[in-house]
Design a binder for this molecule. Structure first.
Ligand SMILES: Nc1ncnc2c1ncn2[C@@H]1O[C@H](COP(=O)(O)OP(=O)(O)OP(=O)(O)O)[C@@H](O)[C@H]1O
Length: 365
């Protein structure tokens, strides 16, 4: 039976320690996020499948991480993005294969179902799973057994399933998703609000991101948003949600490292500077490269020289901009390298070289 959370009041279960774990993973304490965290803490320990719904960039993957963290399961959290793996490869990615199962299967490969045993399997963008594979997933969920491609032997699999989608899986117009599978995966549903519905969380989220960047890069010099700067951030619509906020922070850190950032600076140099999010359905959108006037004009960069004592390492600065733009294009296209290359007006092979150089090859699973 599918559990809808709206207006559910919970009993006096002691979920405090679980909520503390979730707090360590997901920043934000707005009322809507407090409720989300309570839901995570409550269902975390259960083995029931959870469907996480939310617009792109709202943090669905972090919810999966939090669910795994509070589950007490000792196995791995194994993530598979169903939209990022070509349909013909997804089956062997999930089920694994034996040597010689198909042309190119040079050795045995353990699939993601097996890898997730004792842990959590996170199927992101489940709405993009091809119908034929949906039937196979349904069978696995019913029997808790799999067969590697090219093998007759059945293997028991014990994983906790978390799925995520930015679509309405019940809408036949939007997605071809089997109803019987829907009821299997959506035993519990957690809805993530868009960032626009929790703008009071922006300072905490930025703080968390800045701490993360500083921990990984001692040279990271954070921009300091003053009250007007923070207000400008909180008034923005954030169609790309927290991912867009993250990209804005990266832009701010390269344009205004260690500087006070005012509302005007946010509006003129940060929010208008990025590539616009075309829509929330990146896999479908035929996003085109924005006209150059959507990007900061070279003249705007003269502003940097106005800052007192501003030393600029041009090579590092340009590299960071290139990385941010490539990442944005990849994220907008759900890591479809060909489409990202088209958006950036690069040859596909050139983009692949750059991704290798900058370590941008996302684990597609
Ligand atoms: N509450 C938060 N605090 C700090 N960072 C966050 C928060 N929520 C999300 N993020 C960051 O925002 C980015 C996008 O989050 P995530 O990938 O989980 O979103 P998503 O909803 O799974 O996106 P998509 O639908 O495109 O896969 C990530 O870098 C993530 O770490």
């Amino acid at each position: 039976m599918t559990q809808h959370w709206t207006n559910v009041q919970f009993g006096a279960q002691n979920t405090d320690s679980a909520i503390a774990v979730v707090d360590g993973i997901i920043a934000g304490n707005s009322p809507v996020m407090q409720q989300v965290k309570q839901h995570i803490a409550l269902v975390g320990a259960s083995v029931a499948p959870v469907l996480v719904q939310g617009e792109t960039g709202t943090g669905k993957e972090l919810v999966a991480e939090a669910l795994h963290a509070v589950s007490g399961r000792t196995g791995e959290l194994v993530a598979v993005n169903c939209a990022a793996i070509p349909a013909e490869l997804l089956e062997s990615e999930l089920f694994g294969h034996e040597k010689g199962a198909f042309t190119g299967a040079e050795g045995r490969k353990i699939g993601r179902f097996e890898q997730a045993c004792g842990g959590t399997l996170f199927l992101d963008e489940i709405g993009d799973m091809p119908p034929a594979l949906q039937v196979k997933l349904l069978r696995v969920l019913e029997t808790r057994k799999i067969r590697r491609l090219g093998s007759m032997q059945e293997i028991d699999v014990d994983f906790r399933l978390v799925t995520a989608t930015h679509r309405d899986l019940t809408s036949q117009e939007e997605v071809q998703f089997r109803e019987d599978l829907y009821f299997r995966v959506a035993v519990f549903q957690i809805g993530l609000p868009s960032l626009a519905k929790r703008v009071t969380d922006i300072p905490l989220i930025l703080d968390r991101m800045i701490k993360g960047y500083k921990a990984n890069d001692v040279t990271f010099d954070e921009p300091l948003f003053d009250e007007t700067g923070m207000r400008a951030l909180q008034s923005h619509t954030w169609r790309g949600n927290i991912r867009e906020l993250r990209n804005t922070l990266i832009r701010a850190s390269v344009m205004f490292p260690g500087q006070v950032v005012t509302g005007d600076m946010v509006k003129h140099f940060l929010l208008n500077a990025g590539m616009p999010y075309i829509d929330g359905c990146a896999p479908q959108s035929d996003a085109v490269m924005p006209e150059t006037h959507d990007l900061p004009s070279p003249d705007q960069f003269r502003y940097l020289n106005d800052a007192e004592g501003q030393d600029l390492d041009l090579r590092v600065y340009l590299r960071d901009i290139e990385v941010a733009l490539i990442e944005t294009a990849l994220e907008k296209t759900s890591y479809c390298v060909s489409r990202a290359a088209t958006q950036l007006r690069l040859r596909r092979t050139t983009l692949i070289e750059k991704m290798k150089k900058y370590g941008l090859n996302r684990e597609v699973a």
